[in-house]
Design a protein around this ligand. Structure first.
Ligand SMILES: *Cc1c(COP(=O)(O)O)cnc(C)c1O
Length: 385
């Protein structure tokens, strides 16, 4: 089939889609990493584009996967009861407050599927995680983007909770927050969030995406879970993809009031989390030592890498995550950054371009292990010279 035929047929079928989908553009996962791996198979690709965890999962999680693989002719537990019990114990909540997802991406989509739709507003922040806009649009809702924080002159800035609250209308049923946020790495303080929640009407669901929560060490930060008992309209999403290093097994979860969870359960596919993922996630929760070790390594390397990048004259935005949003040129000089990024790719170092976020003068760099970071810096020195 010719390219033009293909384009023609996508346009044709797009015309048949519901209005929200007609305007939608698919999530951009960055580079084709499988093709890169094939190309660089002998010379060790440095993959710092997807915020994966370079230290790998707990040995207990790997063992658990092997333990269930011989049972994989059976469907997984559609309730995920064992994992829910482990999560309930960890977070001090009832199992009825927990929703499991095929990654938290699935859950973020479900929130909009359930609470948004034509005639409904969804509010998110400028520079917020790309999935929120996709979820809102896919549901046929109207996305309202609140401007980011203007407190400081650095670009980009974090969530402006006042602006987000101000963007809420009578038609708003869902707000997406990320704390910390991807791709900016920014976070907001516990007291600011408490004040925010006090202003939000009970008929607006506030979804807080805490994909990077485990990496946070800022004392002013607190999980939104601390307000769980106070607000039935608050839902917190977490994932096993980042600190637990299980991105390939696709497990996420959300915690909220059992009534809210029960409504989302209506759209959940019965076997959305597979048996390997369920077993690995449960085992990973039981290995707090490994998690603590990963968090420690990440904090150390985050600091070291940020200093090394700053020493090269680059602006590194403060981050409480496992990535560093790094400014390589003046705002608007995207061409220069695209060149740097392409040159790094040629050296086998993959970072994440940010043009889709309107931050084309920046690249998002996952904090690798010591060896990866050293090689990244060596490549960068070549490219910037
Ligand atoms: C990585 C990430 C997720 C998690 O995605 P999974 O589907 O759980 O792998 C969710 N939100 C943000 C902001 C992320 O960066």
């Amino acid at each position: 089939m010719h390219d033009s035929d293909q384009q023609h047929s996508e346009a044709f079928f797009s015309g048949l889609a519901q209005p929200g989908i007609q305007r939608l553009r698919a999530y951009d996962p960055g580079h084709d990493l499988v093709a890169f791996r094939r190309r660089f198979k002998d010379s060790h690709l440095i993959e710092l584009g997807s915020n994966e965890n370079p230290y790998g999962p707990s040995a207990k999680a790997k063992e658990a996967v092997l333990g269930v693989i011989h049972e994989s002719f059976r469907y997984p537990d559609p309730l995920g009861a064992d994992l829910k019990r482990a999560l309930a114990a960890k977070h001090g909540v009832d199992t009825a407050s927990i929703l499991l997802g095929n990654g938290s991406h699935e859950l973020l989509m479900q929130f909009a599927q359930v609470f948004a739709g034509p005639g409904v507003d969804v509010v998110a922040s400028q520079f917020g995680f790309a999935v929120y806009a996709i979820a809102a649009q896919a549901a046929g809702a109207t996305l309202r983007v609140a401007p980011c924080n203007a407190d400081d002159h650095a670009m980009p800035r974090g969530h402006d909770l006042d602006a987000i609250a101000a963007a809420i209308t009578d038609a708003t049923r869902l707000v997406y927050l990320a704390n910390p946020n991807n791709p900016t790495g920014t976070w907001y303080a516990a007291d600011a969030f408490a004040a925010f929640m006090a202003r939000i009407p009970a008929n607006v669901v506030v979804a807080v995406d805490e994909a990077y929560a485990e990496f946070v060490d800022a004392p002013e930060w607190a999980s939104a879970l601390t307000l769980q008992n106070q607000y039935a309209n608050l839902i917190v999403a977490r994932t096993f993809s980042k600190a637990y290093a299980l991105a390939g097994l696709r497990v996420g979860y959300a915690i909220a009031h059992p009534g809210l969870i029960a409504v989302i359960e209506r759209v959940r596919e019965s076997f959305n989390v597979n048996s390997a993922g369920l077993a690995a996630a449960e085992a990973a929760l039981g290995d707090e030592e490994h998690l603590a070790w990963v968090i420690g390594r990440n904090a150390e390397q985050r600091e070291t890498l940020a200093s090394a990048l700053r020493a090269r004259g680059l602006t590194v935005f403060p981050s409480q995550t496992n990535f560093l949003l790094t400014q390589f040129a003046a705002p608007g000089d995207n061409a220069r950054v695209a060149k740097i990024e392409a040159a790094l790719c040629e050296l086998g170092t993959v970072l994440r371009p940010m043009t889709g976020y309107g931050l084309g003068h920046c690249l998002r760099i996952t904090v690798g292990n010591a060896d990866e970071n050293r090689r990244l810096l060596a490549g960068l020195d070549k490219v910037l010279a």
